[in-house]
Design a protein around this ligand. Structure first.
Ligand SMILES: [Zn+2]
Length: 587
């Protein structure tokens, strides 16, 4: 029978071995995140009530085989203390040095034939060579064939007294009930990220690696509850970047930049145009969101995965809002951020964003950013619709400032960037119009050019707007079934800027949508649809037309113009100041 060479060894053991093996727990107390299981196992060894068969189930990397080794070592230890192996007696030393002959580890996936098990049955009747127990660790036991499982069952039914079976599986539902009924079963859980981070810190300390706490938490979190994955991740990072990787290098290695952006997109999805408290008024949020999605796509990120991460963030936000933040594997900083956002975000908005992103269909093309973009447009349009009336009412009720100060909700950093781009000025230079965080004075008197009803200065398309928008709605209806993507692109992302004898001009608020239209080759299809609607040959022209401020005209300045280019609109109320400042840098 072929048995794997046990690889247990002391931390001081062989050089060059993988970190995970080197730092396997050598006592039950060192096992991370499985306290109820380790306590029970330790007690059973201390009281000499050792079962003949244990079934350890749990996700990968949660310590199943490590626990199996510990059971074998502790059961054979000459002087265990409270069920813990002494790590000093001959038997313990044999385990530590990887030469324990009474410990047989076998991967059921590669030894799953009935012959393998028959051989095992022949061997189990032989007495242990040195210790008290012969321990068989059968990993991935659900991989045994049916007949091999039957053969194993026969052994489990009448186990020789000196035998301990430790069966490990990631898929307990695939292990037959009769096998399970012969075992003492333990279900291992995913290891909480803080516990993983703590173990990583311990290993770093011993190995002389220097990683900051946030980096360790990120390594831990990215491993999704698997200590093995976390330690392997750590090893890869220090192998590549050396013993003292910078936080940026760690993030790069883990691909965390994607994570940060998914949280940022989630925040934008929740931007409430009526409160201006969540980092953006709707038009601004849409522009930022589309820019971010495009950047993610251009980085070659799998958009399906990215969307899942957005959903994950929203889901966690909902949990935070429900007051169960302590169940989340998040760093203190992230949790504080989420709590602030959860306080301001409306629960219904979170749920509707969660639903919208959760049901996105990427089956056709996981690299396509379109589903996400369209969901973003829909959500923002929805939010806008929801606040349109209350906002208009609020504006009439509140006297506008004498000095019309456009209250853009762009985070200061973005505003400064915009100002710098527009003027060539240095970022950070004070810009009077960028003083968006300061409450604007509200003396009485409504200047004519800020009143809600005043026409926009660029009114060339105004006359076409009524019939034009109706035409647009008809076109959208006409292609709703046949061209879903086109219909979605026409929804809330553009307006008719002019309708002439034989040319319909559609102005898209954002270049992203315009590019989408062009890339999709939709201009011809649109011309066709317009011609059909109007009963005469028409040409559809697509242009970029930044959305004009709707609640009222604002005094224009280079910052205002630049902000409008980004899709920003004036906000009728004082902003409470955006949250998450400084996180917009990568969008
Ligand atoms: Zn010992």
């Amino acid at each position: 029978m072929s048995s794997d060479v046990p690889s247990t060894s002391s931390p001081a053991g062989q050089a060059g071995q993988v970190l995970y093996r080197k730092w396997r727990p050598q006592t039950f107390a060192e096992v991370v995140g499985q306290e109820p299981v380790t306590r029970t196992l330790r007690n059973s060894i201390a009281s000499k009530r050792i079962a003949h068969a244990y079934l350890l189930s749990g996700p990968r990397g949660t310590g199943k085989t490590s626990l199996g080794r510990l059971v074998a070592k502790a059961a054979n230890c000459a002087s265990p203390e409270d069920g813990e192996p002494c790590n000093e007696c001959d038997s313990c030393r044999a385990f530590l040095e990887g030469r324990a002959i009474d410990f047989i580890e076998q991967d059921a996936a590669s030894h799953n034939s009935v012959d393998d098990i028959r051989q095992l049955r022949e061997n189990v009747v032989l007495n242990p060579m040195s210790g008290e127990y012969k321990v068989y660790l059968l990993d991935e036991v659900h991989m045994l064939s049916g007949s091999a499982e039957n053969a194993l069952l026969k052994t489990l039914e009448e186990p020789p007294p000196h035998i301990i079976f430790v069966l490990a599986t990631t898929e307990p539902h695939r292990v037959s009930a009769t096998i399970i009924s012969r075992c003492q079963r333990f279900d291992l859980r995913r290891i909480p990220a803080p516990a993983v981070a703590e173990r990583l810190a311990f290993i770093c300390d011993k190995e002389g690696f220097t990683l900051d706490e946030v980096s360790l938490q990120e390594v831990a979190r990215s491993a999704g509850g698997s200590l093995r994955d976390a330690i392997n991740g750590l090893e890869q990072i220090v192998t590549y970047y050396g013993a003292s990787p910078s936080p940026e290098q760690v993030r790069e290695a883990l691909g965390i930049s994607v994570d940060a952006r998914s949280a940022q997109l989630a925040r934008l999805l929740l931007a409430d145009p009526s409160t201006d408290s969540l980092g953006g008024e709707a038009g601004q949020a849409l522009a930022e969101g589309l820019k971010l999605v495009a950047a993610v796509r251009d980085d070659g990120v799998d958009m399906r995965r990215f969307s899942r991460e957005v959903v994950g963030y929203l889901r966690e936000l909902l949990l935070v809002k429900a007051g169960v933040a302590d169940t989340l594997d998040q760093s203190k900083e992230t949790l504080a951020e989420m709590q602030a956002l959860a306080k301001q975000a409306n629960r219904a908005a979170i749920v509707s964003a969660l639903k919208a992103i959760g049901r996105l269909d990427f089956r056709d093309d996981p690299q396509s950013s379109l589903p996400l973009e369209l969901a973003l447009v829909d959500l923002v349009a929805e939010a806008e619709k929801a606040v349109e009336r209350p906002a208009a009412a609020a504006e009439k009720a509140v006297p506008a400032p004498t000095e019309p100060q456009p209250q853009f909700s762009i985070p200061a950093s973005t505003a400064e960037e915009v100002a710098a781009t527009a003027t060539g000025a240095t970022v950070g230079a004070p810009e009077p119009e960028a003083a968006e965080a300061e409450p604007a004075p509200t003396p009485a008197g409504v200047p004519a050019d800020v009143s809600a009803g005043s026409p926009s200065p660029d009114s060339s398309g105004e006359s076409a707007k009524g019939p034009g928008q109706a035409l647009l709605a008809r076109i959208r209806d006409a292609c709703k079934e046949s061209d879903k993507q086109l219909a979605a692109l026409l929804n809330a992302s553009c307006e008719v800027t002019s309708l002439e004898e034989d040319v319909l001009t559609l102005g898209f608020y954002h270049t992203f949508h315009l590019e989408r239209m062009e890339a999709g080759g939709y201009a011809d299809r649109l011309s066709e649809l317009v011609s059909q609607e109007l009963g005469k040959p028409m040409t559809a022209k697509l242009v970029h037309s930044p959305r004009r401020p709707t609640p009222g005209k604002v005094k224009s300045g280079h910052l205002v113009q630049a902000a409008q280019e980004l899709g920003a609109k004036p906000v009728p109320r004082e902003p409470e100041g955006p949250i998450g400042e400084g996180e917009h840098g990568d969008s």
